[in-house]
Design a protein around this ligand. Structure first.
Ligand code: AMP
Length: 418
């Protein structure tokens, strides 16, 4: 059943507790924490503007980093208030706690259209424990709950789940924000009933991270294209050689089962026929974890499906990229999660870029709905300056994957029905 959204609510003069995802990357500069990327703050502006126009009193709550129940000045949300104020063009007050009398007083002083940002909810262990008493203390601050933090909706925490239940229990409404609504529409409704052909592109590091998604999508898609290191575990499952590529030997049986299922269901399941390979060489340098840094030297195209013994697969090869691009360009729905290679290194980003361009072409020339399932594929598209040329890019990493697997997200389940 459809969830209530912020557009359905009458919020005039009401106290609205809005959970947002302000877990922004920060860095210390001259003794101050500075925000490196404000995308997550910008994403909340449409819901905030709507609430301001409708005359709500807005209380914002979020987590930042992993303070593990302690006050950590480097993980304070204070810098976010200043940045949000600049972006939205109005005053944003900040209070250095998220529960208690001081906070209650600040909330009581709010006028319609005011915004108050609370301190990091994870300064309390009760947040992640979804402690009901703590959730009640948060719920006490508001009449209505709005969740716009899709990226945190897979966690049943006090500010994502407990508070929604507490407010609903006393007859208040719990609704999705506009960003959350878009996530549910594109990752949910659109993919439940996709225009066909429906092509899924999956890459990234591990089969184990994505096997549940693969299994779910094998019931829905016409074609699944596999790239990234994941492809080498599938190669192992097909009895091919993978050299020194990143593989998960304990996932070979699972990969075999997926290949079997694809055959039974008549799903076209493609793995790379050629690859970019490089020779890994140990250096004297150590990484942050104290392990030797490996240089990837002598990159070249390997046209054989088998990878030579001393080489590591680092990207899909040109023939594979061409084939994948053709399939993508004829799709009517595309879902993409995970890069085709080690795209952070420009020498191994060609496969990912070719796929990104094909996804854009499908959108523009074939009228396809193209949905990017969060994480590194979003980074890759943005890096290629193609982010605004696809239908939808998810803001969730883990949350998107769990949602695509078909899991019920606690933060979504707790919202009121329409
Ligand atoms: P994921 O978070 O599972 O989507 O994985 C993304 C990561 O997978 C990126 O950091 C890529 O560098 C990495 N990756 C993709 N292809 C390969 C590969 N062939 N070998 C090693 N790592 C890879």
């Amino acid at each position: 059943m459809a969830k209530l959204t912020v557009s359905d609510l009458d919020v005039r003069g009401k106290r609205v507790f809005m959970r947002v995802d302000y877990n922004v990357p920060m860095e210390e500069k001259d003794g101050q924490m500075v925000i490196n990327d404000a995308t997550r703050i910008k994403e909340t502006l449409p819901t905030l503007r709507l609430l301001i126009d409708k005359g709500a009193k807005i209380i914002l709550a979020a987590h930042l980093g992993r303070p593990k129940g302690k006050r950590e000045s480097s993980m304070s949300l204070r810098p976010v208030a200043a940045q949000l104020s600049e972006l939205i063009g109005r005053r944003v007050d900040f209070i250095d706690d998220c529960i208690g009398e001081k906070v209650e007083q600040a909330v009581a002083a709010l006028e319609s259209g005011d915004i108050l940002l609370l301190e990091n909810v994870r300064f309390y262990n009760e947040e992640e424990a979804n402690d009901p008493v703590f959730a009640e203390k948060l719920a006490k601050l508001a009449d209505i709950y709005v969740n716009d933090a899709f990226g945190a909706a897979h966690r049943a925490h006090a500010s994502t789940e407990g508070i929604a239940r507490a407010i609903s229990k006393r007859g208040g409404k719990a609704a999705a924000g506009l960003l959350m609504e878009r996530e549910l529409k594109y990752l949910g409704e659109e993919l439940n009933n996709p225009a066909r052909p429906f092509v899924v592109i999956l890459g990234g590091a591990k089969v184990s991270d994505k096997i549940k998604v693969i299994d779910t999508l094998l019931d829905k898609a016409e074609t699944i294209l596999i790239g990234g290191a994941m492809a080498y575990t599938f190669k192992l499952a097909q009895g091919l050689k993978v050299g020194k590529s990143l593989v998960e030997p304990d996932m070979v049986d699972v990969a075999k089962a997926a290949l079997e299922k694809a055959k039974k269901r008549n799903v076209q399941f493609l793995i790379p026929t050629d690859n970019i390979v490089a020779t890994p060489v140990k250096t004297d340098k150590l990484n942050k974890k104290g392990k030797p840094v490996i240089d990837l030297t002598n990159p070249r195209t390997n046209s054989d499906p088998n990878i030579p013994d001393m080489e590591e697969g680092v990207d899909i090869g040109p023939a594979t990229a061409k084939k994948y691009a053709e399939v993508i360009k004829s799709a009517k729905t595309v879902l993409w999660n995970g890069p085709m290679g080690i795209f952070e290194d420009p020498r191994f980003s060609e496969g990912t870029i070719t796929v990104a361009r094909a996804v854009v072409e499908a959108t523009q020339n074939n009228g396809a709905k193209t949905i990017i399932g969060g994480g590194d594929s979003v980074k890759a598209l943005n890096k290629a300056k193609l982010g605004d040329k696809v239908t939808f890019m998810s803001t969730g990493g883990g949350a998107s994957l769990e949602f695509l697997e078909g899991a019920v997200l606690p933060g979504v389940a707790a919202l009121s029905e329409k």
